[in-house]
Design a protein around this ligand. Structure first.
Ligand code: FES
Length: 109
C-alpha cells in the first residue's frame, strides 16, 4: 500500500479555504493557499472539536479553533495561541499531476 493517499484534484479544494476529508479513517483538515496545500489532524488537542469549524487565517497561515480560540500553524501543527498546549499532527502533502496526496505524519514540533 502506498504511503500517500490521493484525496482528489487540487481544483477540488477552494483556494484560501479549508475542508475536512477522511484519510485512512482519520478526519483531516485540508488547507489550501494557491498552489500550497497543508493537512492537519482536524481534532483540536484542547477539547473535542473540529478545527475546520473555525477560522482559517490565510495571512498568518493559522487556523483558529471555534471553541476557545487556540491557533495552530497549518504547516507544522504548532500551537500559536493557548489554551491548547499540544501541537496537532501535520501530514506530508504532495501534488502530482494536479492531484493532492496525503502522506505520513510530519515530525511534531
Ligand atoms: S477545543 Fe480547541 S481551543 Fe478548546
Amino acid at each position: 500500500m502506498s504511503e500517500f493517499t490521493n484525496i482528489g484534484g487540487l481544483e477540488d479544494f477552494p483556494d484560501e479555504g479549508m475542508v475536512q476529508v477522511t484519510v485512512r479513517g482519520e478526519p483531516l483538515g485540508i488547507y489550501r493557499i494557491g498552489e500550497k496545500v497543508y493537512a492537519l489532524h482536524d481534532m483540536c488537542t484542547h477539547e473535542e472539536t473540529f478545527l475546520t469549524g473555525g477560522e482559517f487565517d490565510v495571512d498568518d497561515c493559522e487556523v483558529e479553533c471555534p471553541l476557545h480560540g487556540s491557533r495552530f500553524h497549518v504547516a507544522t501543527g504548532a500551537v500559536r495561541i493557548l489554551p491548547a498546549t499540544k501541537p496537532v499532527a501535520a501530514y506530508q502533502v504532495k501534488i502530482e499531476g494536479g492531484n493532492v496526496f496525503i502522506g505520513p505524519e510530519k515530525a511534531r514540533v
